[in-house]
Ligand binder design. Structure first.
Ligand SMILES: [Zn+2]
Length: 149
């Protein structure tokens, strides 16, 4: 998946936590960073889609963050999880159990940057717009439009 799709999915799945459970909207930024964090490996001297795309990396990073702030850890977990699941839909798959099992898993249905990737991104963007609408309805007082106080 492209980074645009990862960001869209991370935000789309984190947004309900803000609209439904009233977490601060600033936490969306944590989910956004979590959604692209697994691909930081392309800037490191390690093989792409190895340990950063594992449940172990997801677990360790979430546990470390939870020692500082549980809400940050939750949004990180949501963002990072969407990355792993989304990448599992690509032909390459994801080594969920790395380094114990180095095999890549997933549905392997789409190619990064191709039609399915773009389609998933647009569905996520529609979900984001929906949650923005809900957020605005919940936070903005529209009484002034109705002549009410
Ligand atoms: Zn990735």
């Amino acid at each position: 998946m492209t980074s645009k799709t990862h960001v869209s999915l991370g935000v789309a799945f984190a947004a309900p936590l803000v609209t439904t459970y009233s977490y601060n909207i600033e936490y969306i930024l944590v989910a956004l960073i979590g959604a692209i964090a697994a691909d930081f490996d392309v800037n490191l001297p390690i093989k792409h889609r190895t340990w950063t795309h594992s449940i172990l990396a997801l677990s360790i990073s979430t546990i470390i963050l939870s020692t500082f702030d549980k809400s940050i850890a939750l949004f990180w977990f949501v963002g990072y999880s969407t990355h792993l699941v989304a990448d599992s839909f690509t032909k390459m798959g994801v080594p969920f159990f790395y380094p114990f099992i180095k095999e890549n898993y997933g549905l392997k249905l789409c190619t990064t940057g191709k039609t399915t990737d773009i389609l998933i991104r647009y569905i996520a963007l529609i979900a984001i717009f929906y949650f923005c609408y809900i957020y605005i309805l919940n936070t903005v007082n529209f009484n002034f439009l109705l002549g009410l106080q």
